[in-house]
Ligand binder design. Structure first.
Ligand code: IVH
Length: 669
């Protein structure tokens, strides 16, 4: 293929991938399989790797992430990013509407919208291509988060249809509730501190340095405003509809996410509808926004210092109810973390019956100054997890006693510990405390860990109660007779379970490491450790300094790993698991090919997924040639962290293609 043909194919692939991306993520009507989509994307990536001059900033390969932003540059907004005046009182909406009617003549059209609870973003497009995405910041200037925003699948990189040549679109980036819950579940599994709510998590995610980590977090967006000098529409509603036709995700009229009305009655109906229905949305809203539709009238009304006069937000009150605190119990997690739980007289809140609420930790109980039998106020925090927000002390009788945080484990009665600087209490008896043992076993068999088919928490419970399992290795000693004699077990399910245990011996090392349940070692950390240390011996012998050198491993994780390997019982258990045949070594997948034939490579710097020698072996396995220094005949420089600047300069001077390890993985994948 000559360069022209290559460019044409790249252009065609970009168009086609964006087209199918739109069908999948915005219209929810995919026309091709995920596999076909991936094939196109790999082909595009391959062409871009080979022809970096055609690797465009708006290519859908950017959605996978990989670009690192070390420092987010500050950018001045072209149009200030104002906020909305808001109210919790319906009367103030009535007053606002009356004021508008007085200041203008004739009938007024209003647009009612949801007030998405996320992070505001302004995205600039020139000639249909995404140029820059900037956070709100202080309204005058914000931060350039372009690389991260490009990973959001519902934000088009290349527009279709009839769009203005230069404009900015504004909207909200949010984390869907389901994504938030799954993320927190993963964090709970690895003993990490949970995120507070979807909004803060979306905001934190948008500021992550590694865009591939952002890509994995599945953020979403709704766009609600178009700004520019020569726009060709006359009102807000039609601007939003037009933006939809260029490929943006816009609110659906069918679902009443956006609605036009010309009466206060219509506005109030919208407010009342969403005050109830908000709990059924897949994302969080904190109110509704009412805007004057016509741009001309908007201009006449103008702005106050902080916000437009033509719009107002009605914020929902967090629904709050009173109920009685009947008791406080304590849950023991698999890492020994103790969580106090308020048991309440059942009460209806936000469409569900609430019986329990988290009290987080001792400090929280003391801050609330809780007494058993108190009348407490309950709110849906971040609309998801109910929490106790206060006490109605007027109702407190003299006979009540204060809630005292437990000193010993509710299950095994060990003295609880609290590390300096941490809010959480822990039960230190990790080898004998029943909920910890069961929790660890449940984690070990779970889908993302050993994924043992035919075994679930109920069976773990039964096996534990019968005294048949205590450690992970005990699972592999189970006999057919022991299993088949359990309640509700038939021959077939017993065989399935044994087969599942057998199959788990092929689970790769990184998942085995995750399955061990070392505090703070989640899936990602386990992968990083395995890539760095390659086998359990090297990991178990690593010093604190060596551990901290690994990307994403800080002091807290390093100390937890050291403490795990300093325990003789853990080492004994590991020996057993090794004998059983679980994987404790990183398997280098040898896929021989001639994909790199005729190409010469210089490898320089430090890599995340390979040692330099492994990388060199991979090059040879795929038909490429390793050379030690750069010359005009070198085809590629694979550049890792901390490579020497002189090598880099030489490669640039000689116009050698410089790639990173992800590019290389794509080349041989
Ligand atoms: S319009 C000049 N519409 O609410 C006013 N804002 O204080 C431009 N928000 O941070 C904003 N949903 O990000 C508008 N449908 C919506 C919105 C919305 C959420 C956010 C916005 C801003 C805050 C306004």
């Amino acid at each position: 293929m000559n360069k022209n043909e290559i460019k044409e194919e790249i252009d065609r692939l970009i168009r086609e991938i964006e087209f199918h991306n739109h069908l999948y993520y915005i219209e929810s009507k995919p026309q091709i399989s995920d596999y076909e989509f991936d094939v196109m994307l790999s082909r595009l990536q391959e062409l871009e790797n080979d022809n970096p001059e055609f690797a465009y900033s708006y290519s859908p390969t950017k959605r996978i992430g990989g670009d690192i932003t070390k420092k987010f540059e500050t950018v001045l907004h072209r149009f200030p990013m104002l906020s909305l005046s808001n109210t919790y009182a319906e009367e103030e909406i009535v007053d606002w509407e009356n004021r508008i009617k007085k200041l203008t003549q004739g009938e007024i059209d209003y647009v009612c919208e949801l007030k998405y609870d996320g992070v505001a973003i302004g995205i600039r497009y020139e000639n249909g291509r995404l140029i820059k995405a900037v956070t709100r910041g202080d309204g005058v200037q914000g931060e350039d988060v372009t690389n991260n925003v490009k990973t959001i699948r519902t934000i088009p990189l290349q527009l279709k249809g009839d769009f203005p040549s230069d404009f900015e679109i504004r909207g909200e980036i949010y984390m869907p509730i389901e994504v938030f819950k799954n993320l927190n579940k993963e964090r709970e599994d690895s003993g990490e501190q949970l995120f507070a709510n979807p909004r803060n998590t979306a905001s934190g995610t948008l500021k992550m340095q590694d865009s591939s980590a952002v890509s994995a977090r599945s953020l979403d967006s709704y766009l609600y405003g178009v700004y520019g000098d020569n726009l060709f529409f006359e009102n807000h509603f039609s601007a939003v509809q037009n933006a939809g036709s260029w490929g943006f995700k816009i609110p659906s009229s069918d679902k009443r996410f956006i609605e036009k009305t010309n009466t206060i009655k219509g506005i109030m109906e919208f407010i009342h509808y969403w005050d109830k229905e908000r709990y059924n949305l897949p994302f969080e809203i904190d109110g509704v926004v009412i805007k004057v539709n016509d741009y001309q009238i908007q201009n006449e009304l103008g702005f106050t210092a902080k916000s437009p006069r033509w719009a107002i937000a009605y914020k929902f009150k967090a629904e709050r109810v009173e109920t009685i605190l009947e008791s406080v119990t304590y849950q023991v997690g698999r890492t020994g973390a103790i969580t106090p739980v308020a048991n309440l007289k059942p009460v209806s809140l936000g469409g569900t019956i609430v019986k329990r609420a988290s009290l987080h930790n001792q400090d929280q109980i003391e801050k609330l100054n809780l007494f058993l039998g108190d009348t407490v106020f309950i709110e849906k925090g971040g609309e998801i997890i109910p929490k106790v927000v206060g006490v109605n002390t007027l109702n407190r009788s003299a006979s009540l006693t204060p809630v005292m945080f437990v000193g010993t484990c509710p299950d095994c009665k060990s003295q609880l510990e609290r590390k300096q600087g941490e809010a959480q209490h822990y039960c230190p008896n990790d080898e004998k405390c029943p909920p910890q043992i069961k929790g660890k076993l449940e984690h070990f068999i779970s889908r993302k860990a050993m994924n043992i088919e035919g075994l679930g928490s109920e069976t773990i419970e039964l096996l534990f109660e019968k005294g048949l399992i205590h450690t992970f290795s005990d699972l592999y000693d189970l006999t057919f007779d022991q299993i088949v004699n359990l309640d509700g077990m038939a021959e077939k399910s017993a065989n399935n379970l044994l087969q599942g245990l057998g199959a788990s011996k092929n689970v790769p090392f990184s998942r085995v490491l995750f399955a061990l349940g070392i505090r703070h070692v989640g899936e990602t950390v386990a992968k990083k450790l395995v890539n760095h240390f390659q086998n359990i011996n090297a990991l178990s012998e690593a010093s604190r300094e060596e551990l901290i050198q690994v990307e994403e491993i800080g002091e807290k994780i390093a100390d937890s790993i050291l403490s795990y390997f300093s325990n003789a019982n853990h080492l004994k258990e590991l020996d057993k698991l090794i004998l059983i045949g679980l994987q404790f070594e990183n398997e280098r997948k040898i896929i021989k090919s001639n994909k790199l034939e005729g190409q010469s490579f210089v490898v320089s710097g430090v890599f995340e997924s390979f040692s330099r020698d492994e990388l060199k072996l991979l090059i040879e396995d795929n038909g490429g040639k390793n050379v030690s220094s750069i010359s005009s005949k070198t085809n590629y420089l694979i550049a890792g962290e901390n490579m020497g600047p002189s090598k880099l300069k030489k490669a640039e001077d000689l116009k050698i293609t410089i790639i990173n390890e992800d590019d290389f993985k794509q080349m041989v994948s």
